[in-house]
Design a protein around this ligand. Structure first.
Ligand SMILES: NC(=O)c1ccc[n+]([C@@H]2O[C@H](COP(=O)([O-])OP(=O)(O)OC[C@H]3O[C@@H](n4cnc5c(N)ncnc54)[C@H](O)[C@@H]3O)[C@@H](O)[C@H]2O)c1
Length: 260
């Protein structure tokens, strides 16, 4: 029996990177998927990859901005209308924002990053939890970051938003454990996705691959993480077998955040 047979999972940020790889993994394990992203063409590419990897998988695609509360309510409602329920939620969409010193970070940039990375995660939990509470079970994985448990530098908006995601996770986990719902966060280090490529290009557009090599040098494993490695963790955390893991933030970073 596949772990996600007859299970319905929403994935936000499903049009790229960690969302896409997790969607593929969940589809291979039998999930019915509601795939949410701002980027319509990214969603279509994800569906095409799912068709190759798991031809039987049922998918619904919803183009939505997670920073807009009405659009979040709508993706949750559409999922329930289409599939009847929600068993798992990978609350993952996010952006890095422009890198800058705090004094130069910019108020608009700060608000933009917070509205997507933090408000978006809160709205998602608000509407999904109402559905899960009604059925008395479910699992939520929020995407935080190593930047949500450590200082990184030049990332005021990102760090504030991801520390906020950790706070939301811990708070809601305490509230909803009694309703059979587990809520956890992942804290990825540098995983090679379009977001990280963009980040390296901010540092040096011409020589970003060299910058990448230097970037992973301090990592105990001396490499970037792979999206598939994150997908495997997400699938475990959304599966029933990990239901007693609640309120935790799990780094997936090659050990870098524990290094002195
Ligand atoms: N890749 C890493 O190294 C890394 C490390 C730590 C945390 N993260 C987090 O993982 C998550 C996924 O990142 P990724 O590396 O896959 O990046 P990515 O850029 O490859 O994918 C992010 C996806 O989110 C979507 N998105 C952005 N803003 C949105 C919005 N307002 N509404 C709906 N969708 C939106 C994008 O269109 C994109 O498809 C993010 O929350 C990111 O902060 C990534």
């Amino acid at each position: 029996m596949k772990r996600f047979e007859n299970k319905v999972v929403i994935v936000t940020g499903a049009g790229s990177g960690l969302g896409r790889s997790s969607a593929i993994r969940l589809a291979q394990e039998g999930a019915k998927l509601s795939l949410v992203d701002l980027n319509e063409s990214g969603l279509q590419e994800t569906v095409a990859e799912i068709k190759k990897a798991a031809p039987q998988a049922e998918t619904l695609t919803i183009t939505a901005n997670v920073a807009n509360e009405k659009e979040v309510k709508n993706y949750v409602d559409q999922t329930v209308q289409t599939f009847g329920t929600i068993d798992g939620f990978f609350n993952n969409a996010g952006i890095e924002g422009k890198q800058n010193l705090t004094e130069d970070f910019g108020i608009d940039e700060f608000q933009k990053v917070i509205s997507i990375n933090l408000n978006g995660v809160f709205y998602g939990m608000k509407y999904v939890l109402a559905v899960m509470k009604g059925k008395g079970k479910g699992a939520i994985v929020n995407t935080a970051s190593v930047g949500g448990i450590r200082g990184v530098g030049n990332q005021s908006g990102y760090a504030a938003s991801k520390h906020g995601v950790v706070g939301l996770t811990r708070n809601s986990a305490i509230e909803y454990g009694q309703f059979g719902i587990s809520i956890k966060a992942i804290a990825p280090g540098a995983i090679m996705t379009p977001m990280v490529e963009g980040s390296l290009k901010q540092i040096d557009p011409e020589n970003w691959e060299e910058v990448g090599k230097a970037f992973v040098e301090p990592n105990p494993m001396k490499r970037f993480g792979k999206p598939e490695e994150v997908a495997a963790l997400v699938a475990f955390l959304l599966a029933e077998e990990s239901g007693f893991i609640n309120g935790v933030v799990i780094p997936i970073d090659g050990g870098q955040s524990y290094k002195y």
